[in-house]
Design a binder for this molecule. Structure first.
Ligand code: ADP
Length: 523
C-alpha cells in the first residue's frame, strides 16, 4: 500500500473543503476526501479502488486518457478546466461542471496524481448569465448608453446605439448625453436628472431629440436609471427611437383632424337640414295656423254679423218705415232725421265690414299700402265730419284748426281708418255732454295725434288686453262693438312705422296717442 499511514492523508485531505482525489498511474482512485465523495454522491470510502473514469462523462473517456498521459509526461502542476469546459459525473449519472487542479507526485517510486476538484456549477451559471446579459445588452435593437453619474461622460454603449448615433465608442467616450441632445444645456439636463441623482425616484422617462454625428436628428423616448458599476454611480439609459411612433401619431393626428373636419361638415349639413325641415314645418304650422285663424275669423264673423248687424239693420228698417210715413212736404225735417239715422247706421255697418276686410287682408298678407301726398286737414275734416253724425246729446269734438300747413305722405285710407276708429270709440265710450279733444303736434319727426275723452275709461286690470283681437272690456259690453278696431289700428300703424299707446282711468276718461312718421319710408 502506498499510504502506510492513511490517517495522515485523511487528516490532511479533510482539512480541505474542495474535493481531493488521488489516482495512481493506472488512473485507479487510491484515495479521496469526503468533499470529493459528497460532490460526486458517493459514500465514505466508496471511491477507493474505482477507475477515475467513473467520475468522467462517457464522451470524454478516450480523450481524457490521452490527455492524462501527456499530462503525466509533462509532469507539471497545472490546472485543468481553463479554457475549456470539463465536467464530472455524479454517481446518479448527473453531470456538472468542474474545475480541477492536478499535481503529480512520486512516492515509493510510484507516480500519483492528486486532483483538487471544485464544483463550479454556480460560477458557470453566473458566467452564463453574465454572457447572456452582455449579449442582450449588445444585441438589443434599442440603444443603451451608460454614462458616468458625475462627469456625465459616456462609459459604454451597445451596438444599437453606435449604429444609430453614428459615433464610434472612442468618440462617444469624449461626449456626454448633452452633446447628443441639441435641446439641452448641461444645466437643464442636470435639473432633469436631479431626482435620480438624489435617489428621489428610481426611474425617469422622457422624450427628447437625439442628434447623430452627421447632424440629422430623431425623436427618442429615454428610460433612465441610476446604477452602480465597479463602485461608481452610472446612468443606464435605454433609448427607444420613436420616429415611427411619432410619424404614426402625426398621421393619426392628421387623420383625426380630417375626420373631425368631415364630422364638422356633416354636422353642419345636418344642422342645415334640420333647420330647413324645421322652417318647412314651421311654415306648414304657420299656414295651418293661418288657415285655422281664418276659419275662426269666418265663424266669428258670421256670429258677429248676425249679432252686430241685427240691431243697426232693424234700426235702419224702423227709420226707413218711419221716414216713409212722413209724406207731407213740411215734414222734411222729420224725414231728414230718419235719413240721418239710416246714414249713421249704414256708416257703422260699413265700418264693421271694413274692419273685417282689413283683418282678412292682414291675415292673408294681401294688404297693399298706397302712399300719396295729401294735406292732413283733409283727412281730419272728413273723419270729424263723419264722427259728428255719431255724437250723443251734448257731445262735442274739439280739433285743431291750425293744421292746414301739414302735408303728409302716408296711406290716406289707413290714416282715416285709424282716426275714425279712435274717435268713434271716444264717442261710443263717453256719455252725453262730454268733450272729445283731438290734439296734433310734431315730435321727433313724428306726427303725434292725441284723442282724449271723458268717458268710462278702461279698467286697469284689463288694459293689457285692449289690443287683443275680439277683446272687449267688461264695462264696454253694454255698447255695440266687435273688439276688432284697436287690433287692426295697431297692426297697420306698426306696419307703417308708427305706434299706438294709451292711458286710461276708469270713469274719468282715456287718452289714445298715435304716432306716424312724417316722411314715410315704406314706399
Ligand atoms: P270695439 O270698440 O268694437 O269693442 P275696439 O277694438 O275698438 O273694439 O276696442 C276694444 C275695447 O277697448 C273696447 O271694447 C273697449 O272695452 C275698450 N276701449 C276702446 N276705446 C275705448 C275708449 N275710448 N274708452 C273706453 N274703453 C275703450
Amino acid at each position: 500500500m502506498p499510504f502506510t499511514n492513511e490517517n495522515t492523508f485523511d487528516i490532511l485531505a479533510e482539512a480541505i473543503s474542495e474535493g481531493v482525489i488521488i489516482v495512481d498511474e493506472k488512473q485507479t482512485i487510491v484515495a479521496s476526501n469526503s468533499g470529493a465523495e459528497t460532490m460526486f454522491g458517493y459514500d465514505r470510502g466508496e471511491l477507493k479502488g474505482k477507475p477515475l473514469n467513473i467520475l468522467i462523462p462517457q464522451q470524454y473517456h478516450r480523450g481524457h486518457g490521452g490527455h492524462f498521459k501527456s499530462f503525466l509526461k509533462s509532469s507539471e502542476k497545472r490546472q485543468m478546466g481553463r479554457g475549456r469546459d470539463i465536467s464530472g459525473v455524479a454517481k446518479c449519472g448527473k453531470t456538472f461542471p468542474v474545475e480541477a487542479g492536478l499535481s503529480p507526485f512520486e512516492i515509493y517510486g510510484k507516480t500519483f496524481v492528486m486532483a483538487l476538484v471544485m464544483d463550479i456549477t454556480i460560477r458557470k451559471k453566473a458566467e452564463q448569465e453574465l454572457i447572456h446579459w452582455a449579449k442582450i445588452f449588445d444585441e438589443s435593437l434599442n440603444e443603451i448608453f451608460i454614462f458616468d453619474a458625475q462627469s456625465l461622460k459616456f462609459i459604454d454603449v451597445n451596438r444599437g446605439a453606435l449604429q444609430n448615433i453614428g459615433y464610434n465608442l472612442e468618440e462617444l467616450k469624449q461626449l456626454t448625453p448633452v452633446d447628443i441632445k441639441p435641446e439641452y444645456t448641461e444645466e437643464r439636463f442636470r435639473v432633469l436628472i436631479n431626482d435620480l441623482v438624489q435617489k428621489k425616484t428610481e426611474k425617469l422617462k422622457f422624450e427628447a431629440i437625439h442628434q447623430r454625428k452627421d447632424g440629422t436628428t430623431y425623436p427618442v423616448e429615454v428610460h433612465l436609471q441610476l446604477s452602480n458599476l465597479e463602485n461608481k454611480d452610472v446612468f443606464v439609459a435605454i433609448i427607444l427611437d420613436i420616429t415611427d411612433r411619432k410619424n404614426y401619431t402625426e398621421k393619426l393626428e392628421k387623420k383625426v383632424e380630417e375626420r373631425t373636419e368631415e364630422l364638422h361638415h356633416t354636422i353642419q349639413e345636418l344642422k342645415e337640414e334640420v333647420k330647413l325641415r324645421m322652417e318647412a314645418e314651421a311654415k306648414t304650422k304657420e299656414s295651418l295656423k293661418k288657415e285655422k285663424d281664418l276659419n275662426e275669423l269666418k265663424t266669428k264673423f258670421l256670429s258677429l254679423v248676425s249679432h252686430e248687424f241685427k240691431t243697426p239693420l232693424s234700426g235702419i228698417l224702423t227709420s226707413a218705415t218711419l221716414a216713409g210715413k212722413y209724406t207731407k212736404e213740411e215734414q222734411q225735417e222729420k224725414r231728414d232725421k230718419h235719413l240721418d239715422t239710416i246714414k249713421n247706421k249704414v256708416k257703422y255697418l260699413d265700418n264693421i265690414l271694413n274692419d273685417f276686410l282689413s283683418i282678412e287682408r292682414l291675415e292673408t298678407g294681401k294688404v297693399n299700402y298706397k302712399f300719396s301726398i295729401f294735406p292732413l286737414s283733409k283727412v281730419v275734416n272728413e273723419v270729424v265730419y263723419d264722427a259728428n253724425m255719431l255724437l250723443k246729446g251734448g257731445q262735442r269734438i274739439n280739433y285743431p284748426d291750425d293744421i292746414d300747413g301739414y302735408t303728409l305722405e302716408f296711406d290716406e285710407k289707413i290714416l282715416e281708418l285709424v282716426l275714425s276708429n279712435l274717435i268713434n270709440n271716444a264717442i261710443k265710450y263717453s256719455g252725453e255732454n262730454t268733450t272729445i279733444d283731438i290734439q296734433i303736434h310734431v315730435e321727433d319727426n313724428m306726427l303725434v295725434f292725441k284723442i282724449l275723452d271723458q268717458g268710462i275709461g278702461i279698467p286697469e286690470k284689463e288694459q293689457e288686453f285692449i289690443f287683443k283681437r275680439y277683446f272687449r272690456a267688461e264695462n264696454a259690453l253694454l255698447d255695440q262693438g266687435t273688439g276688432i278696431g284697436l287690433n287692426i289700428v295697431k297692426t297697420h300703424l306698426e306696419n307703417l312705422g308708427g305706434s299706438i299707446t294709451f292711458t286710461s282711468t276708469e270713469n274719468k276718461g282715456s287718452t289714445f296717442v298715435i304716432k306716424i312718421p312724417m316722411i314715410n319710408k315704406h314706399k
